[in-house]
Design a protein around this ligand. Structure first.
Ligand SMILES: [Zn+2]
Length: 214
């Protein structure tokens, strides 16, 4: 297999492909949602702006749980694609990229060096993706965006499809946030699985499509 450098697409040169959302029967709410978020999931029409593959979700959860006992924060990028369905865009998270960063229990260093190391760790991937957001953990202090988190979001993840996932492995909680007109809002999301689960699925399907068109 030819290893290609990942292509990190900026929002301005993003070509959004049309693709139906993962079907409802292959989606599930995250088990760590708060009661309120669980309710809004149940009341939703199933058309979310964010879908996270079971594979990516497991990686995030395991990453957070691995540092739970040390009460250390973990951080990484959410990688995937942006699609359009019914005139609305949504993001699919297929994988995550992370590396061990200089973290303490209350802050994750999100600096230049950290970014370079993250990009290096992504060179091992062989599909094209977009950074659709980031995740980090708040071991023991709940899910919210701190002022530093809001600053990070504003500086680095200001696109409408960008999400900030916060996970608390101690209190067993998860929530996704986004910025809307400068203020923080919770973003409902779904976990999806089966054939969409494989991070390389998109590439395989596109290659097949092209062959059959010829
Ligand atoms: Zn935080």
């Amino acid at each position: 297999m030819i290893r290609r450098k990942p292509i990190i697409t900026a929002s301005t040169d993003l070509a959004v492909e049309k693709r139906p959302r993962p079907p409802k029967e292959r989606c599930r709410p995250h088990k760590w949602l708060s009661e309120e978020s669980m309710r809004s999931y149940a009341e939703s029409d199933g058309a979310f702006e964010l879908y996270i593959s079971k594979t990516a979700e497991e990686r995030i959860r395991n990453h957070a749980l691995s540092k739970k006992d040390d009460v250390v924060e973990v951080m990484g990028f959410l990688l995937g694609s942006i699609y359009e369905d019914g005139g609305k865009t949504y993001a699919l998270v297929r994988d995550v990229a992370t590396t061990d960063l200089d973290a303490t229990s209350v802050s994750v260093k999100f600096d230049r060096e950290g970014f370079e190391r993250l990009f290096e760790s992504m060179d091992d991937s062989c599909f094209n993706y977009v950074i659709v957001g980031w995740y980090h953990s708040h071991p023991g202090h709940g899910c919210f965006l701190s002022q530093v988190d809001v600053d990070t979001q504003t500086k680095m993840f200001s696109g409408p499809y960008h999400s900030a996932l916060v996970i608390d492995p101690v209190n067993v909680e998860i929530a996704v946030f986004r910025l809307k007109e400068g203020s923080v809002e919770e973003r409902p999301f779904a976990i999806y699985w089966d054939e969409y689960q494989n991070p390389y699925y998109g590439e395989t399907v596109m290659a097949r499509k092209k062959r059959s068109e010829q």
